[in-house]
Write a protein that binds this ligand. Structure first.
Ligand SMILES: Cc1cc2nc3c(=O)[nH]c(=O)nc-3n(C[C@H](O)[C@H](O)[C@H](O)COP(=O)(O)OP(=O)(O)OC[C@H]3O[C@@H](n4cnc5c(N)ncnc54)[C@H](O)[C@@H]3O)c2cc1C
Length: 299
């Protein structure tokens, strides 16, 4: 057990469990006075800005083995919760299976932060920039509830998180992504992630968008997935925008209607730096601009 100094001079305990079960038991026993910590990079921003207090106990997850690997199995790509974001940026399996996720990791913070910051911490926050990218891959989240490892589609896990139904002691253990199946060898894969912040780089996001889809030789979209998020807002799939593109043949004339659907359906919030309307318009502009670029490069 180590120590971390609180602002009032008291030391808070750092507990280092060796298994998910031990971590979960400690959290159940200590309740709200304890908090899980992985890289600590998000928690620290709260402590330093004064928006969160250092808890009495920190349950440091980094000694738990088996959660820091990226593994390609026959059916899916497995990403452990303790995988650092820096590893996501360079991993060749991730590049092959989920390039939009890799781009999302590339856009987060700076190298020193990414070496500490974990995938699990980004996801567990409920608003990390990784989440919209994971949503367009229909990712499955494996969590530990004290007894069982449970697999849930990320969309459902997010619903539970944002509705307050997720038990506070549940641990994020792993993320699984199934590679998209190419049914026709002539189809192309579109996978994009874009982030807009208050400046070009090293900035928190205002808006993030992600798209994945198949495009056939006639420029028809199939299996369209579109997601948006940003800041501390709820990452979400934009199902009306997806339905608009599904089975449609791309022409530039689709884009104004797509923009309108995104602007009307993206649920976000205003903050001191950008109004709600600005963020809605930005999500629409980003998606339309990216599609226009990709599709006009193809033709
Ligand atoms: C300078 C700077 C810039 C940043 N820029 C960005 C950015 O652009 N985009 C972005 O998304 N983030 C950004 N962050 C925030 C942060 O670095 C990332 O979100 C990071 O991935 C969080 O991971 P972590 O391991 O450090 O989480 P921690 O800070 O350790 O934990 C975050 C939260 O998740 C919980 N938690 C952690 N692991 C688990 C688990 N396995 N199971 C259950 N709960 C868990 C913790 O209790 C805590 O509530 C930035 C941070 C800094 C300092």
């Amino acid at each position: 057990m180590g120590g971390l100094r609180e602002e009032d001079g008291r030391l808070s305990d750092v507990i280092q469990p060796r298994s998910l079960h031990e971590a979960w038991e400690r959290k159940m026993a200590l309740g709200d006075s304890a908090q899980y910590v992985a890289g600590g990079t998000l928690l620290r921003t709260g402590w330093e800005s004064g928006t969160a207090l250092i808890p009495k106990q920190l349950i440091d997850l980094r000694q738990i083995s088996g959660l820091a690997d990226i593994t390609q199995t026959e059916f899916y790509l497995s990403l452990g919760a303790l995988v650092p974001l820096s590893q996501c940026r360079s991993n060749e399996h991730l590049q092959a299976v989920a390039p939009a996720l890799q781009e999302a990791a590339r856009c987060i913070a700076a190298p020193s932060v990414r070496n500490l910051a974990t995938l699990g911490g980004n996801i567990a926050s409920g608003f990390g920039d990784i989440l919209p990218a994971l949503l367009v891959y229909d990712a499955e989240l494996i969590s530990f509830d004290g007894k069982f490892m449970t697999s849930l589609p990320l969309t459902e896990w997010l619903n539970n998180h944002w509705s307050g139904m997720k038990p506070a002691a549940d641990l994020v253990a792993e993320i699984r992504i199934s590679p998209a199946r190419r049914e026709n060898p002539l189809t192309d894969r579109l996978e994009i992630f874009r982030k807009v912040g208050r400046r070009e780089a090293f900035t928190p996001s205002l808006v993030t968008v992600a798209i994945s889809a198949w495009i056939d030789t006639e420029h028809r979209f199939r299996e369209v997935r579109i997601a948006a998020g940003g800041g501390t807002g709820r990452p979400q799939r934009l199902s009306r925008a997806e339905a608009m593109l599904e089975d449609e043949v791309y022409t530039d004339s689709l884009l104004p209607a797509l923009y309108e659907v995104v602007e009307n359906s993206f649920e976000t919030y205003g903050d001191p730096f950008a109004t709600e309307l600005y963020k809605k318009k930005t999500a629409g502009n980003l998606l339309v601009a990216e599609l226009w670029k990709v599709m006009n490069r193809r033709s």
